[in-house]
Design a protein around this ligand. Structure first.
Ligand code: UDP
Length: 242
């Protein structure tokens, strides 16, 4: 709450002092929380189940109120990221988790490079196609292009507040990710089934129709490119940036 909510409030005050009224905010699919229907559109109710998601809801509310307080002034786009993954295709910029990674992809690449023995899979009894958790993974390059599209969109507007899902629009299970990573890199990823992780949900897939239509954006990268780029970065940087 301190970093996300208070930090955003401080940033907005400084922006106002400097007469800078355009902002693209990094929101999150976590705001939707438990949901019964996929794909998830922007109109779905918020039901965040962890503090991170609750702070993102609070910030979106703050941004909305700020916009309404002077509707001719602010230009705000809130981008709701699904699961950002991958690395820069050069292999020079990637995810260097501090300590043991908590997200799936950095965990898998550290197993692949031999820093971790095996992947712990958090549950194989979810109500999904194969019992494994399903997520919408979006390559960071597609995500970055979504930000450029949002900036271009804001540039054409006099003022406004809008929000967009940024995902691939496809859902893959943890098992499908393991298999695709093995296939595209030739690495072996041993795994063991563990209990479900607290705060996890079964499935999350984005409806990206709004971003496609209004931002004229769409993701181009495949899951294979995600795996290849992640592995390129990890194998070029076995111990991260250190
Ligand atoms: N997951 C897993 N083992 C891990 C990390 C993640 O089985 O070490 C699963 C997790 O339960 C979820 C998916 O992989 O189904 C994506 O998890 P991640 O933490 O990357 O993103 P989240 O959607 O939870 O923010």
């Amino acid at each position: 709450w301190d970093v996300n909510v208070c930090g955003t409030k401080n940033l907005l005050e400084i922006m106002k002092d400097n007469e800078c009224y355009s902002i693209v905010f990094s929101s999150s699919a976590t705001i939707y929380g438990l949901t019964n229907s996929v794909p998830i559109s922007e109109e779905q109710n918020f039901s965040p189940i962890n503090p991170y998601g609750k702070t993102k809801v609070a910030i979106e509310n703050m941004l909305c109120d700020l916009f309404k307080s002077n509707i001719n002034l602010w230009k705000i786009a809130s981008l709701r990221y699904f699961n950002p993954v991958g690395a820069h295709p050069s292999g020079k910029i990637g995810e260097d988790s501090k300590g043991i990674p908590s997200n799936l992809f950095p965990y898998i690449t550290q197993v692949a490079i031999g820093r971790l023995d095996y992947l712990q899979v958090f549950g194989d009894d979810w109500d999904t196609k194969d019992g494994f958790g399903v997520r919408d993974y979006i390559h960071i390059i597609d995500l970055a292009e979504g930000h450029i599209a949002a900036l271009e969109y804001l540039k054409l507007k006099k003022s406004g507040f809008d929000f967009f899902n940024l995902g691939s629009g496809d859902g893959y299970s943890v098992l499908e990710i393991i298999k695709e990573f093995e296939l595209s890199t030739g690495c072996n990823i041993p795994y063991k089934i563990h209990a479900r992780r607290e705060g996890d949900i079964a499935i999350s897939i984005a409806d990206i129709a709004k971003a496609k239509k209004i931002l004229a954006w769409e993701p181009n990268k495949t899951l294979r490119q995600v795996c290849v780029d992640c592995w390129k970065w990890q194998s070029n940087n076995p111990n991260g940036y250190s």
